[in-house]
Design a protein around this ligand. Structure first.
Ligand SMILES: [Fe+2]
Length: 250
């Protein structure tokens, strides 16, 4: 069966709507979401309602947690704090109830789905050394799993390592629109990239399609109406920086 994996929507309704449309054109109904539905963007309620309507298999990200409990913003920059306070005041009671009931991890067959890192809540997997540490931990704690999907960094990346070589740092796959095969004897960390706030220099929304029968996956970039999402951020009175960065992917 084919399913999609999305992450880091960040209340960007234009990006999420475009991705949902693309997923439906692919005839895929199952959507795993790695968290951060809200924070930064201007449409938190609408994005949570899409998650509910499409029955996302969703985990809770750090921004979802912070929007529920403002004490969890200690490590945030000033722009993120302004946005999360606004999000807290804007979210409806029923959408907050939805977020509060999300798990921090989903385990399904040979797959793990997390928001941030296996080494701890709010940690980042940013390079091949971090990835090596996480893959070693995954093999120790979940030896029957060979793939972990993660988000949080807003960067499209896949790391891999042979199970026979787990003491070394991981390898990073060179990404393209190609189909990637999952190899026997290797384990993987797959970040689908962000839907609503990319930070790797690409401005398009990004997600992953995984085929668990063929054991392969591919990345899909999706164009969306960036100026509209930017204008909504300005109109909501949120920091201009949050609007600007959608245009640069940084
Ligand atoms: Fe995020």
């Amino acid at each position: 069966m084919r399913f999609s994996v999305i992450s880091d929507i960040h209340a960007n309704l234009e990006a999420l709507s475009a991705v949902i449309e693309d997923i439906s054109k692919e005839n895929i109904t199952e959507i795993y979401c790695l968290g951060d539905l809200v924070g930064y963007g201007a449409n938190p309620n609408e994005c949570v309602e899409i998650a509910r309507k499409h029955s996302f298999k969703c985990i809770r990200g750090n921004h979802d947690s912070a929007a529920l409990d403002l004490r969890k913003t200690e490590s945030y920059n000033s722009y993120a704090i302004v946005a999360i306070k606004w999000t807290h005041d804007t979210l409806s009671k029923s959408n907050k109830d939805f977020l509060i009931n999300l798990p921090f991890k989903i385990i399904h067959k040979n797959l793990l789905f997390i928001h941030d890192a296996l080494t701890g809540r709010d940690k980042y997997i940013l390079n091949t050394i971090d990835a090596g540490t996480n893959l070693e931990l995954m093999n120790k704690n979940h030896p029957e799993k060979n793939i972990c999907f993660f988000g949080h960094t807003h960067l499209k990346v896949t790391y891999t390592q042979k199970i026979s070589n787990l003491k070394d740092k991981a390898a990073e796959l060179k990404l393209s629109s190609d189909i990637f095969k999952i190899l026997d004897g290797s384990i993987y960390l797959i970040n689908p990239g962000a839907v609503g706030q990319p930070r790797d220099g690409g401005v398009e929304a990004s997600y992953v399609i995984f085929d668990d029968e063929k054991n392969e996956f591919r990345y899909k970039p999706v164009k969306y109406d960036i100026p509209k999402a930017q204008q909504k951020i300005i109109d909501a009175g949120l920091p201009k920086y949050l609007s600007d960065r959608l245009g640069t992917g940084r």
